[in-house]
Design a protein around this ligand. Sequence first.
Ligand SMILES: [Cu+2]
Length: 254
Amino acid sequence: MRTTTRIAGASIAAAASLALAVGPAFAADSWVSANLKPVAGNGVQGSGTAQVTISGTEVKVEMAATGLLPDQPHAAHIHYGEAARHECPTLGDDTNDDHHLNTTEGGPAYGDIVVSLTKTGDTSPKSGLAVDRFDTAPGGKISYERGRINVTSAVAEDIASGEAAIVIHGVDYNKDGKYSGDTKSDLDPTLPTEATDPALCGVLVAAPAGGMQTGGGMSSTTNDNGMLLAVGGVALVAAAGSGAVAARRARARG
Ligand SMILES: [Cu+2]
C-alpha cells in the first residue's frame, strides 16, 4: 500500500512539473483587432477590419476592406513607432499643407513599417513597396489572410501592445481610375503619390486577456470581432468560385 501511494505521489509530482515545463508553449495566443477607416483628406470612402493573432514570434493577419481603387496594387503594412502617437493621422499632420496626407506625414501618428502584408514572399519592411506582391483589390475589395509571418520578438510585443496600426495605401485623388498625377511619391519618386498615400488606417487594439470571459471590455470586443467575421463571411462568398474557400479552410486547419 505504502509503495503504491508513493508511486502515485511521484507520478502526480512528475505530471505537475511536466505541466509547468510545457505550460508556456501552450499559452493562449493573443490577438489585436482594428477597424479600418478612411485616412483624413485622402478622398477614400471605404472601410475594413483587421485582426492579428500573435503566437510567439509568428503572427497571422486577417484583413478585409472595401472601397479601394480597384485593380491597382495596394501596399499594406503594420506600422509601429516607439515615439509615434499610436493613432491614425489627422489633417493636423498635413505638414506641407496640400490637404492630403502622404505616408511620411502619417509617420508621427502611426510610425514606421514593421510588417509588409504581402501575399507571397518576404514580409519585412524591405518589401514595403513590393507592388507586385500586394493585393490589387478587385472590385475595390481586399480579402487577405496570411499566417506564419515571422517577426522579431520586439515586433511581436509591439503589435501585442495594442499600439500598432494597419495602413492600406493607394488612393485616387483625380478619380481617373489609376495611380497618376504630377506629385511624386514621398517613398519612391518613380511612383505618383497616389500609389503610396495612405487610404485606410486603424489602430490594432488589444483584446482583454481571456477575451470573452471578461466583463468590462466585452461588448466592444464582441463588436469588433463580430464585424470582422461578418465582413470575412461576405468575402468568403465572393471568393467561392475560385477555390479560395478550400485553400482558406486548409490553411485554417494548419
Ligand atoms: Cu504602410
